[in-house]
Each structure stands twice: as structure tokens, then as C-alpha cells.
Design a protein around this ligand. Structure first.
Ligand SMILES: Cc1ncc(COP(=O)(O)O)c(C=O)c1O
Length: 373
């Protein structure tokens, strides 16, 4: 029986893309049939345990019974400011430029509409991109345009530009000159720049830069928001912990809306975030684990005849055999390895697969061994 009224209403889900993971079911089944089991490198979910420093802080802040605040504790905001300055050289931030979020995915999906962007507005997303940027634009009723350079945009005057460096899925890092150019171009047009810096701490070759780095923005945060997730650098995906940093006015506006909507990071998670942001040792240790896995997998993938593009940072190898990514997916599945087809991330990704580094040492070694055979 149809719910009264509902059947005739616009279903929001119909404006969103199909959930692409359903389309790799056959490859998954094929990979799972391998006698030594599947090596699932299709998703970027952390597998290493949460550091005791973080778990102890979670337990220590679990007694407080009251409602937490949307803006976050003063301790959390000052730890976020300090961590960004220490780890990435940002300047000029203070507590009023920080807003905790319940994992950055929800923040990315919701911020376009929360910033008043909607029908008739253009939101720029990378050519090959983490799918939630497009979702955020579509939920707001805006138009998503894929472009990697301001040149491609011609006379378009977007309301918001998403950047993602290091990129998921390509691992590409944008240099200071590129970032400066985007910031200048956006400022001339009054566009907001949202820089998703979820993988900023995970570089392998060279350096990656925050949009809030003074070499990029000259210390002026106007119109700029950096998105920081603790999911990857601190293995806290299950905690749902991230924050936004940048332009005080934009942070204040998002705070005002999120307060009404009850978008609050739970208090014990805020306590755990403080510990994670104050401690760089566990971040270094995790970086080392991923660096070792990347070395093994990169060599094996190349030895198997793939070309690996970009991938100088982040948690993925962006690899190709110069064929349709679905054919590559099957080739890997025959060896018991599951990757993500590049078309998940945009039409320009159709000849690549994304191979995640987020598996145990044992599974990475198994994948390498199968690729070399
Ligand atoms: C580029 C990028 N941004 C944001 C996220 C969301 O991370 P979370 O919601 O765990 O903070 C991911 C997760 O994979 C990602 O790859």
C-alpha cells in the first residue's frame, strides 16, 4: 500500500546518482571465489586499530550526561587550530574559524544548501571526484560542473568550487601556483572555495598544501573553507569525526544552521578528537604503515603491466591498462582482487581502476603475490 501523499511527492533520491557499488557485485563474487580468499581493495576503509591514546580519551569523556554544543568544546577547537598549524603550516586561524562535523561526508553533502546555494547556481567539482561533491550540489538543486582548471570554466561564475588535493581517487596533488590561481579566480567572482584536505597528511612523494597555507592564500581566509577528516590519518572512520576550518563568516553561518538542525558531534567523540589532534606520533606510525603497503603494491601493480598515474599522495593507486575499467576489474577479480572502477568517479575515469592501500599487511602481500604470478 502506498503511503498517503508520499507517492505523488518528488522523491529526493531520484535526483541523486545511482549508488554505484551495486554494479560491481559480479566482480566481487568472482574475486571471492579465489581459493585464498578475496583481497578487497575497493573501499578506503581503515583496518588498523584505533590508537590507545584516542580510545582512552573516548572513555575518559564518556561520563558527561548533558547535551554537547554544535560549535564544539574550546579544547577541541584550539586543538584543531594547533594541529593545522603544526602539521600543515596554516596561519591566522583561531577558535572562531573551526566547526566540528559528524564525519566530513555529511558536511560536504549538506554544506552547499546550508550556504544558500541552490537552483540556477553552479558548483564546480573535479573531473574525477569523490561522489559526494556532486551529491551536495544536487541536494541543493544546483548544477554540478566538472572542471580541473579555471580555463575550462570560461565565463561561468560558480557559487562554489570544490577542490580535493591530494585527490580521491587519483592521488593527484595540486601545487601552490594552481591553488593560488583558483583562490584568486574565485575571489574575483565571489565564489566560495571548499578544499577537501582529508588526505593532506598522507603524502608519499613531495608535499601537499592546505588552502589555508599562507603561501596559497596570503593569510586571508575570506571565502575559503578547508575540510579535515580524522577518519584516515587517525583511523577514526568509525567515530565519525572531522571539522571545517577557515573563513569565520562562513563557519558562523554553517554553525547557525547546524545548531538548528542538531548536527552535533557527540561529546565523547569530541574528547577523542582532542587526543587525536594533540598527538602526532600515531599519525606518523599510520603513515609508515601505509607507505610500506604502497611500496609493495605499487611495484606489483607495475610489474603486472599497469601504468600508475598520479598517486603521489592519498590512499589509492590510480592504475590503468588502457582499456575499459570494467575489463580491468574482471582481470583483477580473476586473481581474487577487488578494485573500484574509475567510472564511479566521473566519465574521465573510465579507463582507470582505484586500488586502495587500506588492507592489512597480510592481504596487501597476498595481492602483490597474485599480481606477480
Ligand atoms: C575525498 C574524501 N572526502 C571526504 C571523505 C569522507 O570522510 P569522512 O566522512 O569519514 O570524514 C572521504 C572518504 O572516503 C574522501 O575520500
Amino acid at each position: 500500500m502506498n503511503t498517503p501523499g508520499f507517492a505523488t511527492r518528488r522523491r529526493v533520491s531520484t535526483v541523486l546518482p545511482d549508488f554505484p557499488w551495486d554494479t560491481i557485485g559480479a566482480a566481487r563474487a568472482r574475486a571471492a571465489a579465489h581459493p585464498d580468499g578475496i583481497v578487497d581493495l575497493s573501499v578506503g576503509t581503515p583496518v588498523d586499530p584505533v590508537d590507545p591514546v584516542i580510545r582512552e580519551a573516548l572513555a575518559a569523556s564518556s561520563e558527561f550526561p548533558g547535551y554537547p554544543t554544535t560549535i564544539g568544546t574550546p579544547a577541541l577547537r584550539s586543538s584543531a587550530v594547533a594541529a593545522l598549524a603544526r602539521r600543515f603550516g596554516t596561519t591566522g586561524l583561531d577558535d572562531s574559524g573551526i566547526l566540528p562535523v559528524i564525519g566530513t561526508k555529511e558536511a560536504i553533502a549538506g554544506m552547499v544548501s546550508m550556504l544558500g546555494i541552490g537552483t540556477g547556481d553552479v558548483v564546480v567539482i573535479p573531473e574525477v571526484a569523490y561522489p559526494t561533491y556532486e551529491v551536495g550540489a544536487l541536494l541543493a538543486g544546483a548544477t554540478a560542473v566538472r572542471a580541473d582548471s579555471t580555463f575550462q570554466l570560461g565565463p561561468t561564475s560558480p557559487a562554489l568550487i570544490f577542490l580535493n588535493s591530494p585527490s580521491n581517487p587519483t592521488g593527484k596533488v595540486l601545487g601552490i601556483d594552481h591553488l593560488r590561481k583558483v583562490v584568486g579566480w574565485a575571489r574575483e567572482r565571489g565564489a566560495i572555495v571548499v578544499s577537501d584536505e582529508c588526505y593532506l597528511g598522507l603524502t608519499w612523494e613531495g608535499e601537499a598544501y592546505s588552502i589555508l597555507d599562507p603561501r596559497v592564500c596570503d593569510g586571508d581566509h575570506t571565502g575559503l573553507l578547508a575540510v579535515h577528516s580524522l577518519s584516515k590519518v587517525s583511523n577514526m572512520a568509525s567515530y565519525r569525526a572531522g571539522f571545517l576550518a577557515g573563513d569565520r563568516e562562513l563557519i558562523g553561518e554553517l554553525l547557525a544552521v547546524r545548531k538548528h538542525a542538531g548536527m552535533i558531534v557527540p561529546f565523547p567523540i569530541q574528547g577523542a578528537m582532542v587526543a587525536a589532534l594533540d598527538d602526532d606520533e600515531h599519525v606518523r606510525a599510520q603513515h609508515g604503515r601505509y607507505r610500506a603497503r604502497r611500496g609493495i603494491l605499487l611495484e606489483a601493480v607495475r610489474a603486472a603491466g599497469f601504468r600508475v598515474d598520479h598517486s603521489e599522495a592519498g590512499l589509492y593507486l590510480w592504475a590503468t591498462r588502457d582499456e575499459n575499467s570494467r575489463a580491468t576489474l574482471d582481470w583483477l577479480a580473476d586473481r581474487g582482487i577487488l578494485a573500484a572502477p574509475g567510472d564511479f568517479y566521473g566519465p574521465a575515469g573510465a579507463q582507470h581502476v582505484r586500488i586502495a592501500l587500506t588492507a592489512t599487511d597480510e592481504r596487501i602481500a597476498a595481492a602483490a603475490e597474485r599480481l606477480r604470478r
